[in-house]
Design a protein around this ligand. Structure first.
Ligand code: PHE
Length: 459
């Protein structure tokens, strides 16, 4: 093993650079593609409320745990678990969780890149003015036609992977930091602009009611548990991305402040995207629960109806593609840095070969909408199965591993030493430890028990 010491390991230039990169990882398709469609499928307000509770009580403590695990160990998930675990509390066995995280990252990126490719394609379609005219139903139909075409969707998946590989190839501060620093703020600005537009649209009031007026009779056990699972997906937790990014953190960076900033921006983007999308849904009389195609069917309809629509549409899908890219980078970084740290593999070779392998594996997900559409092991396409397995099982299990590891598997003094100089000293530290040891693991156990059918809270 060649674990770089803090002196030789490449680091972010400071807390702000870390926050930008971590926000880049967190903010992505989870916020703009997935959050609105699962909110739509689970009836709105009450789901959103549970989701916010999960972010605060489970997501943020685990986010901090991953950051501190990375910063303390100066290693990726496998090395971190191996080096930090107290010998009498599981010891090196913990690194199994690290291997699991690497595999999760590989599989997640293989289908994430497919959706990322769709955003690239939609950016290109916008450049050519393809959403400039046409009825809402014609525009909606374009999504099925695109994702159902094996050749075009393979091309867009390839473009997404090539760019992701290119950034990881060029290393931490040069590639990742630069990409995150310039593009994320632009994306926020565009969203705020679109939100302003939405406020002046007829469906806005209904969208606000849908999202923020909880109607608890809409809430099912499945919805509660999906909200919890999504809090992992959206904060990039449970598969080592934040451990790796945390390992590039300088020692004097603020942990609480960074975690809060990441949670805030991530939530802000998800809620804003939700409001904009549901405003379109309600003003067009569309169905809120239409599923994974939601963002691709609603936003182009909005752009077809407003001044400078093609321009705004190009900007929206381009920036969304970049938001997806900064998330994809963090996924590939987990896999690549594992081979670099554990096997001394050359970073360039690792980025090319592993990125290539993920591209080829991802073809199964690309073709799930066309040639393999009828191949449905366990009742869903390969894409559907991967998404289900990763989001509902692998990430919560991974998050559970981090929470239990940080809470119980590592000596408490080790953390106190790492965090004592940060905000509020002992008070904040105790709060974090309690959430990490007790609240987060219990909540995750509830999800998984429900998925396994031991709990039947279903109304
Ligand atoms: N958080 C990213 C998003 O919301 C997805 C992601 C998950 C990225 C896990 C890295 C690790 O789009």
């Amino acid at each position: 093993m060649s674990q770089a010491s803090e002196e030789t390991r490449e680091h972010w230039s400071g807390s702000l650079a870390f926050v930008l990169a971590a926000v880049g990882s967190a903010v992505g398709l989870g916020n703009v593609w997935k959050f609105p469609y699962i909110t739509g499928m689970h009836g709105g307000g009450a789901f959103v409320l549970v989701y916010l509770g999960c972010i605060a009580l489970v997501g943020l403590p685990i986010l901090m745990a991953e950051m501190v695990v990375g910063r303390r160990s100066q290693a990726g998930p496998v090395g971190a678990f191996r080096s930090l675990a107290a010998p009498d509390r599981g010891g090196k066995l913990w690194s199994i969780w690290g291997y699991f995280a690497i595999l999760t990252g590989f599989l997640l990126l293989s289908f994430y890149s497919v959706v990322g490719g769709w955003t690239v394609a939609y950016a290109l379609k916008s450049v050519f003015g393809q959403f400039a005219s046409g009825t809402p139903s014609e525009i909606k139909a374009m999504f099925g036609a695109y994702s159902g075409d094996p050749v075009s969707s393979t091309m867009s998946h390839a473009i997404f992977m090539v760019v992701t590989i290119g950034v990881v190839y060029s290393g931490v501060s040069k590639g990742i930091e630069r990409a995150a620093r310039t593009l994320m703020p632009l994306f926020f600005l565009l969203l705020i602009f679109l939100l302003g537009y939405a406020t002046a649209t007829t469906g806005f009031g209904e969208a606000m009611n849908f999202m923020f007026q909880p109607n608890f009779s809409d809430l099912t056990a499945a919805g509660i548990l999906e909200a919890l699972g999504h809090s992992f997906f959206t904060l990039s937790l449970g598969m080592g991305a934040v451990i790796i990014y945390g390992s590039y953190l300088p020692k004097d960076s603020t942990l609480y402040g960074s975690a809060i900033a990441i949670g805030f921006f991530d939530t802000f983007v998800a809620l804003t995207a939700g409001v904009v999308i549901f405003t379109i849904v309600f003003s067009q009389g569309m169905a809120p629960g239409s599923g994974p195609s939601l963002v691709f069917e609603t936003m182009p309809v909005l752009f077809s109806q407003i001044p400078y629509g093609s321009l705004l549409s190009t900007a929206f899908f381009t920036l969304l593609a970049f938001a997806a890219l900064t998330s994809g980078i963090s996924l590939l970084e987990v896999v690549v840095s594992f081979f670099v740290e554990e096997f001394d593999m050359d970073r360039h070779l690792a980025a090319l070969s592993l990125g290539g392998a993920i591209f080829f594996f991802g073809l199964l997900s690309v073709l799930s909408n066309s040639l393999l559409a009828d191949f449905k092991p366990f009742g869903a396409t390969i894409f559907g199965n991967l998404d289900y397995f990763i989001s509902n099982w692998a990430l919560p299990l991974g998050g559970f591993g981090v929470a239990v590891f940080a809470g119980w598997g590592v000596d408490r003094d080790e953390w106190w030493d790492e965090m004592k100089d940060d905000w509020f000293g002992r008070t904040a530290f105790r709060g974090w430890l309690f959430l990490t040891r007790v609240v987060a693991p219990l909540a995750i156990i509830l999800i998984l028990m429900n998925l396994m059918g031991f709990l039947s809270l279903e109304a």
